[in-house]
Design a protein around this ligand. Structure first.
Ligand code: NAI
Length: 466
């Protein structure tokens, strides 16, 4: 039997990236996955939802392109065709990952894995029954599953989740969404662009509770014009399906209100999933498997990364899981690596997009008090945004200290997901407002809004009056 340097349980963006990274560094690696490699992100999450959102956005632009001189009569969205394209994108990406794993000599073992003891994994494979894997180190990367909030009738009403919502044959006329988190807002945008009337119910006072409030307000206003209604302070308590109608009951500021739809989508959060590792005796907390900054669990030789861990600082994001995978592998191989969470970009792929890195204004004031200053640059003042015809957006900088170090950047607008990369690098390098001002940006680009916001912060605004 091969003794591996590293065996990884779970082939999502945490596990498969860890496997490739370890393969590059010459380690002997086994990767255990029950389904397709790529995990939720590649097969039923990040990638397929973006493929569909790109389709719905193209449709929206086609049917709302009068200002650009685009007049199309009889435009129609062929949802099964868009779903087939999405499936093809996923298939290609999964195939690509499998090819990379082979190139790095990673053994991919397909089956249900159980960590029976530190260093020992039993895999129930379809073909040959049980296979035993022996490894000096095990990385647990078992991900997360849809959370089931205490809502009466939820299971019986068969709500759509991130999987079902990506493969409908037709767009529902009316869609009710439970939770204005990332999934609710993104998939709500998708169906609204296809013409569905979408109602999103959120128990907290703000949609996307982690995001900068003024940007969320801008987004919610913008989505309203597409047929999305967000009701905050609305805690869903019951769901009932009668025939073709689903009734969702929510407690809205003390009053019970009913919302009717043809479909209901559940986007009320995900929880750590780590069945199959309990026997190994890993310490867990309320959020998941307990780890330190080097991704070590309480058991020697066992590591954990991604959505299955219980670290309140670690957002459940694919790029966080991948980075944790690299840290775990590097530590196993004797390098000095550790996770840092100060500059983790977070993107919501609505239209317009929302992207942020670092602290919100409120969080910064809590940490730095009066030393915090903010500056904004509106997309309406950007030549590139005007040319695009997408002027709803803003770049907001949050700075701290006399030297105005950048501690948070929040962008709402087209391509915010791409714009946040520069801000993330700036934060990582502890850049100040003057560093950004001194950086020449190509004109005309949306990226200029970052420098323009820095100019506003420095009191030397060019393209806005104040
Ligand atoms: P989430 O945690 O982002 O949002 C769930 C929302 O549902 C919260 O705002 C919560 O207050 C609300 N909620 C819970 N119970 C409720 C109830 N009974 N009534 C009304 N509202 C209720 O979770 P979501 O959207 O399900 O996403 C799951 C995970 O997937 C997240 O951790 C997210 O980070 C990740 N994800 C990331 C994406 C991205 O980075 N673009 C895209 C999609 C998902």
């Amino acid at each position: 039997m091969t003794r591996y340097d590293i065996a990884i349980l779970g082939g999502g963006p945490g596990g498969y990236v860890a496997a490739l990274h370890a393969g590059v560094k010459g380690a002997r690696v086994a990767l255990v996955e029950r389904d397709r490699v790529g995990g939720v992100c590649v097969t039923v999450g990040c990638i397929p939802s973006k493929a569909l959102l790109d389709s719905s956005h193209a449709y929206w632009m086609t049917t709302h392109g009068e200002d650009h001189g685009i007049v199309v009569q009889g435009a129609r969205f062929d949802l099964p065709k868009a779903v087939a394209r999405k499936d093809a994108v996923v298939k290609q990406l999964v195939g690509g990952i499998e090819t990379l794993l082979r190139a790095r000599k990673v053994d991919l073992v397909t089956g249900e894995g159980t960590l029976v003891a530190p260093g020992q994994i039993r895999v129930r494979t379809r073909a040959d029954g049980d296979t035993a894997i022996d490894a000096a180190n095990v990385i647990v990367a078992t991900g997360s599953k849809v959370g089931a909030p205490p809502i009466r009738g939820l299971a019986e009403a068969k709500p759509l989740d991130n999987v079902g919502a990506l493969s409908l044959a037709a767009a529902p006329r009316r869609l009710v969404v439970i939770g204005a988190g990332v999934i609710g807002m993104e998939l709500g945008t998708f169906y609204a662009e296809l013409g569905s009337s979408v109602t999103i119910l959120e128990m907290l006072p703000q949609a996307l509770s982690f995001a900068e409030p003024e940007l969320v307000r801008l987004l919610v206003r913008s989505l309203q014009t597409k047929g999305v209604t967000v009701v905050t302070g609305a805690k869903v308590t019951e769901v009932a399906r009668r025939g073709r109608v689903v009734t969702v009951t929510a407690d809205v500021e003390g009053t019970s209100r009913a919302f009717e739809g043809d479909e209901v989508l559940l986007g009320a959060g995900r929880v750590a999933s780590y069945s199959g590792v309990e026997q190994a005796g890993l310490e867990t907390n309320a959020l998941g498997i307990t780890v330190d900054d080097r991704m070590r669990t309480s058991v020697k030789g066992v590591w954990a990364i991604g959505d299955c861990i219980g670290d309140p600082r670690a957002p459940k994001l694919a790029h966080v899981a991948s980075t944790q995978g690299e840290v775990a592998v590097d530590t196993i191989l004797g390098e000095d690596a550790r996770m840092e969470y100060d500059a983790v970009p977070n993107v919501v792929y609505t239209h317009p997009e929302l992207a942020s890195v670092g602290l919100t204004e409120a969080q910064a004031k809590e940490r730095y008090g009066d030393a915090v200053k903010v500056a904004r640059f509106p997309f309406a003042a950007s030549g590139r945004a005007l040319a695009l015809g997408e002027t709803q957006g803003v770049t907001k900088l949050v700075t701290a200290g006399k030297d105005m170090r950048i501690v948070g950047v929040h962008v709402a607008g087209p391509q915010a997901s791409e714009l946040v990369a520069e801000a993330t690098l700036a934060m990582r390098l502890e850049a100040t407002v003057e560093d950004v001002v001194a950086t020449i940006h190509a004109h005309p680009t949306l990226a200029e809004t970052f420098r323009e916001a820095a100019l506003v912060a420095a009191g030397r605004a060019i393209h806005v009056a104040r």
